[in-house]
Write a protein that binds this ligand. Sequence first.
Ligand code: ADE
Length: 253
Amino acid sequence: MKFDIFTLFPQIFDGVFEHSIIKRARDAGLIDIALHHIRNHARDKHKMTDDAPYGGGGGMVMKPDPIFYAVESALDYEVPASGYTVNPEAGHPPIILLSPQGRVFTQAVAQELSQYPRLMFICGRYEGVDERVAQYLATDQISIGDYVLSGGEIAAMVIVDAVTRLLPNALGDPNAAANDSHATGLLEYPHYTRPAEFKGHRVPDILLSGDHAKVSRWRREQSLKRTLAARPDLLENAPLTEEEKKAIQRLIM
Ligand code: ADE
């Protein structure tokens, strides 16, 4: 998977992609991350990347031209006036504009994105990005949650991380991603490791019992209880057995 990130602040990414799973995935050649400095693609002598909004009002708006030129340079393709369209076979990947106005990022969206061989991310800054970027260049807009960040950089990091975990061979344990919170539609069950007792708090006996069927049942039950307590909204779409649905009804009463 290749990730292209377009930003005015490539230094923000220093270090973030140089540890743990992302680093291993890069070293193994599973992913390739290219940072593109939008400013390098401004063609005026002052290398301007933002300007005052037409119609007045405060703040600055990111200019469309350096962003288009940066993406065109990475694609080696000139976007037609009618706009850009995704065509992975022709080497035209999805172009995602990070924005609080986008669709909300979820595990299902991470799954969807992980199917592409290449993804591009445009990190917005300032008050916003010229609307022509959203209309004629970006093919998707994604928000990582209902809050406003200072820019799309952290959102891009979040998405690259979540998508990389889903790629075959990115995790040491090939089944790890399948049991993650949200991957099953539920929150994950609690984990424990040694010592069996710490400050008087014992690990649940069932986990020490060696009875795998019982452990599985307990974990599933814990997932359901946690989801009900912290994220009851997830239960509406989670794949539950009839028995589990009844058990939840009993817990709610
Ligand atoms: N840029 C600013 N806020 C954002 C958010 N919540 N998600 C993605 N990009 C953003």
